[in-house]
Design a binder for this molecule. Sequence first.
Ligand code: 3HC
Length: 303
Amino acid sequence: KRPAGAPDAALARPVERIGVVGAGLMAGQFALLFATQLRVPVTITDIDAERVERGLAYIRGELDKQVAKGRMRAEDAAAVKDLVVGTTDKADFADADLVIEAVFEELEVKKKVFAEVEAAVSPECILATNTSSLSVTEMTADLAHPERVVGFHFFNPVAVMPLVEIVATPATGDAVVATAFALAKGLRKTAVLVQDAAAFVVNRVLLRLMGEVQNAYDDGTPADVADRALRPMGLPMTPFTLLAMVGLPVAQHVMESLHAAFGDRFRVSSNLQTLIDHRITGLWQKDDDGAPVVPDSTTELLS
Ligand code: 3HC
């Protein structure tokens, strides 16, 4: 176990080049944040050039929106665009100070990614994971240097959610944790140091709420009724809308991790699979004009 507090900030190392493994929506969002807030070069990678290009296009599109809204000067957006480059070759991470992964939420996939990344980076490079629920310790147990590993867990939408969970394993070095805190500060996020326990803190609590709404649904309350019932309760989003935004497969993975760790306190919804089978993936479903579709209720989700 690690101590509860953040280590001495003076131990933090500079982070001047960042690598991001994965060019999906989570990875794209924080690559954008790194480049915008820290103004450091960011290299994103994925399994093929098409995915990388899609990630870059997302980042450029978000920057264009900032300019269109008058929130960013065109020259600043252009400068940030220049900072983000894509590659399909992890060898391009050779001079990164930190590489963070946001690939598919499956232990074996992440283990493979970490092995490949460790083979490509310098001995000092910090390796971070944005896992939502998997054990960081298990994921990195085979690495030559597990002391360089830290969990850095963002929340969706990354640009606006103020929190980052920093996950330290028993092996994580103090300088690595201190660097993660300094990074969060540079990103203007609030950081909390959490234990490497299933789904950490936020998802563990959030999934109790979302899980109970799903249980009500599984028990026969229509999904949109269960969702609507929560609408006046002061939540920024109702549970099913949040589920759609987080992505149903991600939510299911988190729930499975919680079920494995804590048993029947967390029940994996039988209906969640139905929703997944309807390919409801989240806020970023696009209509024919490319505009995001925000499902209002699960009646809509299931139609
Ligand atoms: N991307 C970027 N920015 C977004 C966004 C998105 N997808 N959605 C909203 N925003 C921005 C808007 O541009 C706006 O910023 P502005 O004021 O500068 O224009 C700001 O957020 C507020 O947006 P809106 O006024 O349109 O809408 P709301 O006031 O309803 O807020 C919300 C939107 C912040 C998303 C709010 O509904 C919310 O907090 N929802 C809960 C989100 C949540 O719980 N996230 C955690 C999920 S769990 C997770 O991610 C962990 C993972 O491991 C599973």
